[in-house]
Design a protein around this ligand. Structure first.
Ligand SMILES: [Zn+2]
Length: 456
């Protein structure tokens, strides 16, 4: 699928260039005689007709099942024109334009383009290269080249939008990657980016190096009143939201302990909000979650020690939980756990318990796997684990579409299949509401009305 997106753009430009070139040529000839004006007018009409015939912008999509972001339907069809869904509903109620391209795969399910809630496009699996080495030894340029491949793999897996939670030492390269994707230079999901993210002084890594040397950290340290300046600086450099490490494993025993005081978090949130953006918090310990929620965080990342009471507090404050089950599962495997053979280690047992508590509390649960810890394009792993840990597949589908869309204030454009939404769509073989891993059987992906993957 190399360069498909670019090729398509190129094709569109070519097919536009030809008739326009012809038109100009005829127009120049027309200067020689008035009687040619009619011919020019006819040619303009002909050109626009032949353009739409060469580049049909309407797609009529049918599938055995259509998941609209909340409910699974049968007997439905979807009509796309340009970059929008113009109709979605029972087949018999939709008029099919004559020039529409008809899309249908056997035994298929159509869903909204999936939304990855927690990615790190500038990281790749730690069993290949450990985090310290990626942060300290790899140049931003090298990491950006890798990130373009990660972005493409993410899109090809059906994830048309991703919220990226920090470059971990690659500065604001995510802002540039987002731009390159938006300009059609490289294929990738639509991005919401954090930039550098913020940590409290002393809490974050890489750690364990001689203090005579200044070690570049995986995020930007700031404290107290300096937080105002750093938040504004990050916003100015292109952060779509402000990501805070509200705790980190810097306790006496290496346990997760809060890194910012409640008042600091409130200050960060106030500055962030006044720019129209949201504060989101990495928080595992109950105390850090409590402080983040009270300070106004919109999402809690990881939440390893959520109990029912903490989940209820999150729910009361309309906070969405991003569980990152896959990160814990995979890091534990990298450390030697033989999954399925050896019993669950304590951290996996704990993660299962907290995920169940979150479900019981009724807090909104989105989908975000911390992908980057595991390979980009394998994003569905998080959804498989959500099912493995006790969530119904249909609720997992909602998490990666409508729930994430609402959490990121995108629900008027993405995460649903209904009239007026942007045309971000995914077709897979099988029925992921029965077997979530059917989401891996990707057949066709559309982003902004452009087909970016089209399997036989
Ligand atoms: Zn993360």
């Amino acid at each position: 699928m190399d360069g498909l997106l670019n090729n398509q753009l190129f094709d569109v430009r070519l097919s536009l260039a030809k008739p326009i070139g012809k038109l100009m040529e005829t127009f120049r000839q027309a200067q020689c005689g008035k009687h040619l004006k009619i011919k020019v007018a006819a040619l303009i009409l002909f050109s626009s007709l032949s353009l739409s015939a060469q580049n049909p912008k309407a797609f009529y999509i049918t599938a055995d099942r259509i998941f609209d972001g909340e409910v699974m339907h049968t007997g439905w069809a979807v009509l796309v024109e340009n970059d929008k869904i113009v109709a979605a509903g029972p087949k018999e109620k939709i008029n099919v334009p004559a020039n529409a391209v008809k899309i249908n795969y056997p035994n298929s399910t159509l869903t909204p383009g999936l939304i990855e809630g927690h990615s790190h496009l500038f990281l790749y699996p730690y069993n290949i290269t450990d985090w310290d080495t990626q942060v300290l030894k790899e140049t931003d340029a090298y990491r950006t080249v890798r990130a373009t491949v990660h972005a493409k793999n993410t899109l090809m897996a059906g994830f048309t939008t991703a919220r990226d939670l920090g470059t971990e030492g690659a500065g604001y390269s995510d802002v540039s990657l987002k731009r390159a994707i938006n300009e059609g230079i490289v294929p990738g999901p639509r991005l919401l980016v954090a930039g550098r993210a913020i940590v409290s002084t002393g809490s974050y890594g890489p750690k364990g190096y001689d203090h005579d040397q200044e070690i570049m950290l995986g995020a930007e340290p700031a404290d107290g009143n300096n937080l105002v300046r750093v938040v504004r600086d990050q916003i100015g450099k292109g952060a779509d939201f402000i990501k805070i490490y509200a705790d980190y494993r810097w306790g006496l025993q290496g346990e997760d302990q809060p890194s910012f005081m409640l008042d600091e978090l409130k200050l960060i949130n106030e500055v962030t909000r006044s720019s129209g953006r949201a504060m989101v918090c990495h928080a595992k310990s109950k105390e850090a979650i409590r402080r983040a929620v009270l300070a106004g965080a919109e999402t809690i990342e990881h939440g390893d020690f959520i109990d029912v009471e903490t989940g209820r507090l999150m729910k009361e404050h309309n906070v969405t939980f991003m569980p990152t089950l896959a990160a814990v599962d995979m890091i534990t495997q990298y450390r030697g756990w033989k999954k399925g053979v050896a019993p669950d280690p304590a951290n996996v047992v704990n993660k299962k318990k907290s995920f169940k508590a979150a479900m019981e509390s009724g807090v909104a649960i989105g989908m975000g796997g911390d992908v980057g810890v595991f390979p980009h394009g394998e994003n569905v792993l998080e959804m498989e684990l959500m099912v493995e840990y006790g969530m119904k597949p249909i609720d997992v589908l909602k998490a990666a579409t409508s729930v994430n869309a609402k959490a990121f204030h995108l629900e008027n454009q993405f995460g649903f299949i209904k009239e007026g939404m942007k045309a971000d769509l995914l077709i897979v073989t099988g029925d992921p509401s029965q077997l979530i891993s059917d989401l891996r059987k990707v057949k066709w992906v559309m982003k902004d009305g452009v087909v970016v993957r089209n399997e036989k």
